[in-house]
Ligand binder design. Structure first.
Ligand SMILES: Nc1ncnc2c1ncn2[C@@H]1O[C@H](COP(=O)(O)OP(=O)(O)OP(=O)(O)O)[C@@H](O)[C@H]1O
Ligand SMILES: [Mg+2]
Length: 350
């Protein structure tokens, strides 16, 4: 079961291939992989839901790789990271001169994915104006490029992912119910890492091997205390967070023993008088836990988003993706309560 992505992406770089492997054998993950096996050979639309970093993109790849389309293109589009006015032409393409700035013809992602798979990430962010067009192409498999009256036929298998609560969005009138039902043919819910802690040791070992090989560093052992800390932690950023922490720990490893990268976090989280002592409950909605993780990471990064020390890098996201997520979740830098602070900034700027 571990080899879905390996089979699908037979690249020359062994390390990259290993990186794509799906690690873990908890009942929760096994059930997900069973659903992947069931749905992959069909052409049915799949909707993957789960918190940030739970492996939605990895599972989308696995579905493509285990399908008959695996020799064809796997095309990805993140609907949240693209300005609204560009999204339509990204999806459907445009003819030369279709709008100001359309200096050449452009093929859209649906056409690129013909006979293959299209992965629409953050599908909940498709603006209302585009939802009917998406519904049409899913139902009829036909569309027109912008600025053209010619109808094109495509044969595309759609895999969509979201960390938003689409049911709630439908209830609020933000997402068309007919599109939701069309997408929700075969839903797969990815469990949070804290709901399958038995997978943590295998994941830690996997990432330690991967990063130590890449960096040419020797890591011989992980202490039981370090492994216990990994298993104890709540992992609001899920596997991506674990992967980033292990990478950092491998970088600072000396004498072959992996240091405990959670040591600082543990003291931070348990220190008395700290108010960012957040806990992540399984009863939280996906959006709540994403919001909590993003705010916490921004606070740690002093609200710097980009750059090597910024929150986007810490979360393993592109700057534009994080900005789009912040906009969507209504996260903005709090205005300092202290008037003196504001004056201080104003004076410095002057
Ligand atoms: N079971 C797993 N085994 C090994 N690596 C995994 C597993 N699940 C996820 N990963 C790795 O964790 C990282 C995050 O996964 P992925 O990008 O698929 O998450 P996501 O759910 O799409 O996150 P987001 O919502 O933030 O886009 C990737 O590097 C992926 O390869
Ligand atoms: Mg993703």
């Amino acid at each position: 079961m571990e080899d879905y992505a390996t089979v699908m992406n037979p690249g020359p770089d062994h390390a990259e291939r290993t990186f794509e492997r799906i690690i873990g054998n908890s009942a929760a993950l096994e059930s997900v992989l069973e659903q992947v096996e069931q749905v992959a050979p069909t052409d049915s639309t799949v909707l993957i839901e789960g918190e940030t970093g739970t492996g939605k993109e990895l599972i989308a790849h696995a579905i493509h790789n285990a399908s008959q389309r695996c020799g064809r293109a796997f095309i990805k589009l993140n609907c949240a990271a693209i300005p609204l006015d560009l999204l339509e032409s990204e999806l459907f393409g445009h003819e030369k001169g279709a709008f100001t700035g359309a200096i050449a013809q452009k093929i859209g992602r649906f056409e690129m994915a013909d006979k293959g798979t299209l992965f629409l990430d953050e599908v909940g962010d498709i603006p209302a104006a585009l939802q009917p067009k998406l519904l049409r192409i899913l139902q009829e498999q036909e569309f027109e490029r912008l600025g053209s009256g010619r109808t094109h036929k495509v044969d595309v298998r759609l895999v969509a992912a979201t960390n938003r609560d689409l049911v709630k969005m439908v209830a609020r009138g933000q997402f068309r119910s007919d599109l939701y039902y069309r997408l929700n043919v075969f839903p797969i819910l990815l469990p949070a890492l804290r709901e399958r802690r038995e997978d943590i040791p295998a994941l830690v070992t996997h990432f330690v091997r991967l990063f130590s090989r890449r960096m040419g560093k020797q890591v011989d052992s992980i202490s039981p205390e370090t492994m216990a800390a990994f298993q104890w932690y709540s992992w609001p950023g899920n596997i991506r967070e674990l992967q980033n922490l292990v990478e950092r720990a491998v970088i600072v490893t000396r004498d072959g023993v992996l240091p405990n990268p959670l040591h600082k976090k543990q003291t931070e989280l348990t220190a008395p008088g700290q108010h960012h002592n957040r806990t992540f409950h399984s009863s939280m909605t996906l959006e709540d836990s994403d919001r909590a993780l993003i705010v916490e990471t921004l606070e740690q990064a002093s609200w710097i988003v980009g750059g090597p020390r910024g929150a986007a890098a810490k979360l393993g996201l592109k700057r534009t993706t994080l900005l789009a997520k912040m906009r969507r979740l209504g996260i903005s830098r709090p205005i300092p309560q202290d008037g003196a602070d504001l004056l201080g900034v104003a004076r410095e700027d002057a």
